[in-house]
Write a protein of this length. Structure first.
Length: 367
């Protein structure tokens, strides 16, 4: 039998072969699972907030296909190991008995109706990455209850953990999405639509020039006080958050259109590796259902040297909003809006909100 260090070396080579595209992540997982006959190995995530999880890659599932469906549909919420995943160290291999005592685990519904029923007894796992209550893990379920042998398997996972951390850093640096983002930016510029690409934390990853202008106006989409994407429509906001959820590994591109606002949400169906390691990104394409009105306001604001924050106040006043309404919509204090309004007065040579409206409608000539 090969030593733990020899197995770790083979798996390390498989990690970089998968990262470079010479093989795939399925090959890596098959190699890991092959070291434990009869085992079931998975790369999966568990979301503590949603109390649910999903599998990205699996090995050893022959004859256990229904077991995977059962896990995602029901048992992921009952897994006693996952209930304590927040207390497990990131980057260190661990056996199930270190998380939940054997006698307690044996009494659980998860063990009796899922693990044992599928010919398995315990597990060896590794928390790869932790991100806002979502945990990304590598796990092997086995019928071998020998603690010493399983501790050796955990040692192998600890040895390969630093290399898997590098994989996460690579994918989450944005390089894995670069080609798609460049293509999206080209589409946005060519069609003169506003393009805004966001990640699963609702942070802006990339924008086109028109997308920056849309964010400056703040309608139909802008940024909240924390710098996260915020739609004026609560329905669109809910749709965006639903599309950003984990668990759609490798699915086809999903598109949602809202003709009322001219917004299109596009979740590009990527390969499972990108979805698992890098997370989800959504491209937001924004048209202009109001014709050239917003374009005119943006051009006028730019000509007067207004900042993006001042442009939002400028557009809000022209739309008939009060300073309090503008403050609430932008997630800032009313005093901040008043300060921005004074700056607008100075830059545009106006002295009242009525003057700003007259400037926007062409009744008052620009300063």
């Amino acid at each position: 039998m090969r030593s733990a260090d020899e197995r770790a070396d083979e798996l390390t080579a498989a990690i970089y072969a998968a990262l470079l595209g010479e093989t795939g992540w399925q090959d890596f997982l098959d190699r890991l699972n092959g070291f434990t006959p009869g085992a079931l190995s998975t790369l999966f995530f568990h979301d503590l907030r949603a109390r649910a999880g999903a599998v990205a890659y699996v090995s050893g599932s022959e004859g256990r296909e229904k077991a995977l469906q059962d896990y995602e549909g029901y048992y992921s919420n009952l897994n006693p190991w996952m209930k304590k995943v927040a207390a497990t160290p990131v980057g260190r291999g661990i056996i199930g008995e270190e998380i939940v005592p054997r006698e307690v685990f044996n009494r659980s519904e998860y063990y009796n109706d899922y693990v044992h029923r599928n010919g398995l007894e315990t597990g060896v796992g590794l928390t790869l990455h932790r991100d806002r209550g979502c945990y990304f893990l590598l796990s092997t379920l086995t019928d071998d209850r020998d603690v010493d042998r399983n501790l050796e398997r955990a040692h192998v996972l600890t040895r390969i953990a630093p290399h898997l951390k590098r994989v996460f850093r690579y994918y989450r640096s944005g390089d894995a999405h670069a080609a798609g983002l460049d293509l999206g930016e080209g589409i946005g510029n060519a069609s003169r639509l506003g393009l805004i690409v966001v990640n699963d934390d609702l942070r802006v990853v990339k924008t086109s020039v028109a997308g920056e202008q849309v964010l400056a106006i703040g309608d139909p989409v802008g940024l909240d006080a924390m710098g996260r994407i915020r739609f004026s429509s609560s329905e669109l906001q809910a749709s965006l958050q639903t599309m950003l959820q984990h668990g759609y590994f490798g699915q086809a591109t999903r598109i949602l259109d809202d003709p009322q606002t001219g917004v299109r949400l596009i979740r590009v169906g990527g390969d499972r590796a990108t979805e698992f390691f890098a997370g989800t990104t959504i491209a937001i394409l924004v048209g202009d259902p109001q014709g050239n009105v917003k374009s005119h306001l943006l051009a006028l604001a730019a000509a007067q040297g207004l900042s993006p924050a001042e442009t939002r106040v400028f557009a809000g006043i022209v739309a008939g909003q009060s300073l309090t309404e503008i403050a609430l919509a932008s997630g800032i204090k009313r005093e901040t809006v008043r300060s921005q309004l004074k700056s607008i007065f100075a830059k545009t040579g106006t002295g009242s909100q009525g003057d700003i409206v007259r400037l926007a409608t062409g009744i008052l000539r620009p300063n």
